[in-house]
Design a protein around this ligand. Structure first.
Ligand SMILES: Cc1ncc(COP(=O)(O)O)c(C=O)c1O
Length: 460
C-alpha cells in the first residue's frame, strides 16, 4: 500500500534509472532529511547512506558552514555568468583553487553543472582542438566497456553500459570501447594481474592501429570504473595503457567525477594509480554535492590551442547558463577549504584500513565472488556459484533484492550490473559508523543467503 507521498510521486515524477512499470507498484523511498552519514525517510526510519547519495556527498548531510556560505552568496550575488567577458569572484577564486590542487599542470578551468556536461565539453574541446591543429580527421574517442561517463548524447556514447544505450540509438559512431579492466571477470586461467594489464594494453594498441592513430583524438578513463561495478584497475594497468597512448601521441582524459577529492586516499585517483592526464573532469565531491557544479581542467597547451582557435573564429561558442554559478562556486570553494582545514584526505587514510578490512572479509562468504576496494570505495559481487564465478540469472534480480534487504536493515547501498553491490560512503564517516555499516550489511547478506536458498537459485 503506497503512502500519500508515494502515490503522488508515482502519478507525476519520471524517475531516472528505474523500472518504471515495477515502480508503479513499489513507489519510491521518500527521504526527508539527513544528518552526518545518515538519512531519514518520511516515516522516520534511519539509514546509513553508504553511497553518499550518488557517490557524491563527501561531507555527509547537514553541514552548516556550507549552508551559511550558500545563503550569504545568494544574498550578495544570486546569479552571475561567465559569458562574453563577464565574471565574478567565486568563479575566479574557485578556478585558482582548482589549479593549485590539480595533480597536473593546468592552464584553464571550464565550469559546467554535471559530470555529463563536463565530459560532453571534453569531447567538444578535443574536436575543436583537432580542427584548430589542422587534423580534422582526429575525432574518435576511446572509452572502455563498463565505463560510466554520463548520459547526455555524447557522454552516454562514451559510457559502456548497455542500459544507457538500448532504445536510445546509442552509442554515436565517434566512441570506441576498449576492454574492461576487470581482473576477476576477464583474466585468463593462470594469468597474473600484470599479464592481464599487458594483454589489455596490447588489445588497445591493436584497436588504435586498426582504427588509425590519426583518427583518434583522445582516450577517456575513470581511475576506478564506478557505476560499471566499482572495478579497480589491475596491477600495472595505467602504466601499460599510458605507454601505448604515448606511443601514438593520444592524450588521456581523466574522469575523476567519483574519485576526485580524497575518495581513494589521495586528492585524485590519478595520483593513486600514478598517471598524468591532459585534462580532467570533476563534479560530485567538488561541492560535496550541496549544489550542482562540475569543471574541466585543461593542460596549458590544450587551453592555448582552444584560445587561439576562438580568436580565429571570433568566439568560443560553448557554455552553459549556470556554468560557474556564483552560489555553486562559493559552496565548492568552501567545500575545498573544509577538506583542507579538516584534513579529509588524512581522515580517509586513517579510516580506510577498517573499511577495507570489513569489506574484504566478505570475500569468504558463500554468496560473494569478489570483495574489493580502495580508500572509501568498494564493491561486493554476489554469485550463484562461488567456485565457478557464475553469475545469477539477471532476471532473478539478486542485487536489487540485496539492496532492499539492506534497506530493511537501515542501510542504503547501490546494486550495479552483475549483482555488484557498491559502497561509497561520505568521506567523513568514522570508525564506529563503518562498523555499524558493515554489521547492517552482514545481517542483510544473511537474509539474502536465506532467500536465494529458499528460491533455489544458487547453482550447484
Ligand atoms: C565517473 C563519472 N563520470 C560522469 C558521471 C556523470 O555525472 P552526472 O550524473 O553529474 O551527469 C558520473 C555519474 O555518476 C560518473 O560517475
Amino acid at each position: 500500500m503506497l503512502t500519500n507521498a508515494q502515490a503522488r510521486d508515482v502519478q507525476s515524477v519520471l524517475h531516472p534509472y528505474t523500472n518504471l512499470i515495477k515502480f508503479r507498484e513499489s513507489g519510491p523511498m521518500v527521504i526527508e532529511r539527513g544528518e552526518g552519514v545518515r538519512v531519514y525517510d518520511d516515516q522516520g526510519k534511519d539509514y546509513i547512506e553508504a553511497m553518499a547519495g550518488l557517490w557524491c556527498t563527501a561531507l555527509g548531510w547537514g553541514d552548516n558552514e556550507l549552508a551559511e556560505t550558500a545563503a550569504e552568496q545568494m544574498r550578495k550575488l544570486a546569479f552571475g555568468h561567465l559569458f562574453g567577458g563577464k565574471s565574478h569572484e567565486p568563479a575566479i577564486a574557485l578556478a585558482e583553487k582548482l589549479k593549485e590542487l590539480a595533480p597536473f599542470p593546468v592552464g584553464k578551468v571550464f565550469f559546467a553543472n554535471s559530470g555529463s556536461e563536463a565530459n560532453d565539453t571534453q569531447i567538444k574541446l578535443y574536436w575543436y582542438a583537432s580542427n584548430a591543429r589542422g587534423t580534422p580527421q582526429k575525432k574518435k574517442i576511446i572509452s572502455r566497456i563498463k565505463a560510466y561517463h554520463g548520459v547526455t548524447l555524447a557522454s552516454a556514447s562514451l559510457t559502456g553500459l548497455p542500459g544507457n544505450h538500448r532504445s536510445f540509438d546509442l552509442p554515436l559512431g565517434f566512441a570506441l570501447h576498449a576492454d574492461c579492466p576487470h581482473f576477476y571477470r576477464g583474466a585468463e586461467a593462470g594469468e597474473s594481474e600484470t599479464q592481464f594489464s599487458a594483454r589489455l594494453a596490447k588489445n588497445l594498441e591493436a584497436m588504435i592501429e586498426r582504427e588509425g592513430p590519426d583518427t583518434i583524438a583522445a582516450m577517456i578513463a575513470e581511475p576506478i570504473l564506478g557505476a560499471g561495478g566499482v572495478i579497480l584497475p589491475p596491477e600495472g594497468y595505467f602504466d601499460a595503457i599510458t605507454r601505448v597512448l604515448d606511443r601514438h601521441a593520444i592524450p588521456l582524459i581523466d574522469d575523476e567525477v567519483i574519485t576526485g577529492f580524497g575518495r581513494t586516499g589521495n586528492w585524485f585517483g590519478c595520483a593513486t594509480y600514478g598517471f598524468e592526464p591532459e585534462s580532467m573532469s570533476i563534479a560530485k565531491a567538488l561541492s560535496s554535492a550541496y549544489l550542482p557544479i562540475s569543471a574541466v581542467l585543461l593542460s596549458p597547451e590544450l587551453s592555448e590551442v582552444i584560445e587561439q582557435e576562438s580568436g580565429k573564429i571570433g568566439t568560443f561558442g560553448h557554455g552553459f547558463t549556470y556554468g560557474g554559478h556564483p552560489v555553486s562556486a562559493a559552496v565548492a570553494l568552501k567545500t575545498l577549504e573544509i577538506y583542507q582545514a579538516r584534513d579529509l584526505v588524512g581522515h580517509v587514510r586513517h579510516v580506510a584500513p577498517l573499511f577495507q578490512k570489513r569489506l574484504r572479509a566478505f570475500a569468504t562468504h558463500p554468496l560473494v565472488g569478489e570483495a574489493a576496494g580502495i580508500g572509501l570505495i568498494g564493491a561486493v559481487e554476489l554469485v550463484a556459484n562461488k567456485e565457478r564465478k557464475q553469475n545469477f540469472e539477471p532476471s532473478k534480480q539478486v542485487g536489487a533484492m540485496m539492496a532492499r534487504l539492506c534497506e530493511s536493515e537501515g542501510l542504503i547501498v547501490r546494486p550495479l550490473l552483475g549483482d555488484r553491490i557498491a559502497f561509497c560512503p561520505p568521506l567523513v564517516i568514522n570508525e564506529p559508523e563503518i562498523a555499524e555499516l558493515f554489521d547492517r550489511f552482514e545481517r542483510a547478506l544473511a537474509k539474502c543467503l536465506d532467500w536465494v536458498t529458499r528460491e533455489k537459485i544458487l547453482v550447484a
